[in-house]
Design a protein around this ligand. Structure first.
Ligand code: FAD
Ligand code: NAP
Length: 332
């Protein structure tokens, strides 16, 4: 395998070449790459949210900017500055060891801190937006540094400006978060309360909630080190209430969660499962047996195999339910 091969750098274990893989330890390293005029450039963190479908005619900047620093605090809150190359789960563990709340529900999400604002990572009723303060990024075409505050980032459900109009334009170097010293826990989502009851924990701490989330995730989700995957492959579709009502007439058991008076979210996993794709496998591309939303590479699937299988799922769901599934992963 060539030293420029991306296979060790993506959790779907896609075998693809690049023009070069350049580790970035500081902002200065980014400016040096820009002075050398290496182009085009792409950025990778943990590679847990990309599907690489072809050799990359690009230099890949591997973000390794580290550091977690408290830069301000008062009686209630702490402002921290985090290097974009820090591992997200290690940041959650750091927050717990400092008894700071706000991100405990986001335990065990793979990847780096710099990618967290990209799709506004979320789980168990919390999105990183709820603790986000600002970030620093370098404009790769201008070579200038810029701060983005919350209102600049246009965060949405698994969305931000960096996935849309600013796609590929910036490398995020640091993210600043506000964590809480007197945090109100959110345990109402999904299976957290059940897990806490099972563990006989009546008054949970931040650490108890994180441990409950870790335990649920470990029991449900395939570990990418064992079965290569990128987590949820598609976003959960949001439909109008009138569409939902029509579907409910035909499928009374359909699962949905209201967003507001006009829209509701339908779990993509439910749609995929009921379109017959849970645990289905075509060659080495498939959906996981326990979780229909997680596409997995059972061995040597190529990017094209994965894409073509994803397309079969999209077509199957569209045909049965009239709903179009949009990929959550970044297709390279
Ligand atoms: P990468 O895959 O390396 O990059 C993703 C995108 O961001 C790419 O387009 C890349 O170019 C860009 N990017 C990365 N770093 C930077 C940077 N510093 N500056 C600019 N652009 C950058 N996601 C959730 O939201 N919630 C979950 O609960 C969740 N669970 C998961 C479970 C599993 C088992 C797996 C495999 C994935 C899961 N994910 C989840 C998806 C993924 O972990 C997150 O999206 C994560 O934030 C990706 O981080 P990364 O460093 O691996 O990003
Ligand atoms: P789950 O708890 O079985 O729930 C299935 C779906 O229903 C989820 O997608 C979730 O939407 C939605 N849901 C559940 N309870 C809800 C509530 N009270 N209000 C609104 N929506 C609700 O899901 P899971 O697959 O095991 O995942 C658990 C959490 O981890 C979810 O938040 C999920 O997003 C996150 N996760 C994300 C990825 C990824 O790669 N993006 C991978 C694994 C897990 P939401 O997805 O909108 O929360």
């Amino acid at each position: 395998m060539s030293e420029n091969n991306l296979l060790p750098y993506n959790t779907m274990r896609m075998n693809a070449d690049s023009k070069g893989i350049i580790p970035i330890y500081s902002e200065r390293d980014v400016f040096e790459v820009l002075v050398e005029q290496l182009s085009p450039l792409k950025i990778i963190g943990g590679g847990s949210n990309v599907l690489i479908t072809q050799d990359q005619d690009a230099y890949i900047l591997k973000n390794e900017i580290k550091g977690i620093e408290i830069i301000d605090e008062d009686n209630d809150k702490v402002l921290i500055k985090v290097g974009a190359g820090e591992n997200w789960h290690q940041l959650v563990m750091w927050s717990i060891s400092h008894n700071l709340g706000g991100i405990e529900n986001l335990a065990l999400i793979p990847g780096c801190v710099g990618a967290a604002p990209m799709q506004n990572i979320g789980a168990y009723g919390i999105e990183q937006e709820s603790v986000f303060h600002s970030l620093s990024a370098i404009d790769l075409s201008e070579g200038t540094t810029r701060s983005f505050f919350k209102e600049d980032c246009k965060f949405g459900y698994r969305e931000s400006i960096f996935k849309n109009e600013c796609k590929g334009k910036y490398i995020i170097t640091h993210v600043n978060y506000i964590l809480s010293k007197n945090h109100k826990l959110n345990t109402s989502y999904g299976a957290i309360n059940n897990k806490l009851e099972e563990l006989e924990i009546a008054n949970p701490s931040i650490s108890d909630v994180a441990n409950a989330v870790i335990s649920i995730r470990q029991s449900k989700l395939p570990d990418p080190k064992i079965i290569p995957n990128t987590g949820s492959f598609f976003k959960n579709p949001i439909v109008s209430i009138s569409t939902l009502k029509t579907l409910e007439l035909k499928y009374p058991e359909i699962v949905s969660y209201p967003i507001d008076d006009e829209a509701a979210k339908i779990p993509a996993a439910w749609l995929i499962q009921h379109a017959g794709f849970k645990g289905k496998r075509v060659g080495d591309a498939g959906t996981h047996k326990n979780h229909a939303l997680v596409l997995v590479n059972y061995g040597n699937a190529s990017g094209e195999d994965m894409l073509s299988f994803a397309k079969q799922i999209q077509d199957g769901v569209a045909e049965k339910f009239g709903i179009s599934l949009e990929p959550e992963v970044n297709i390279w």
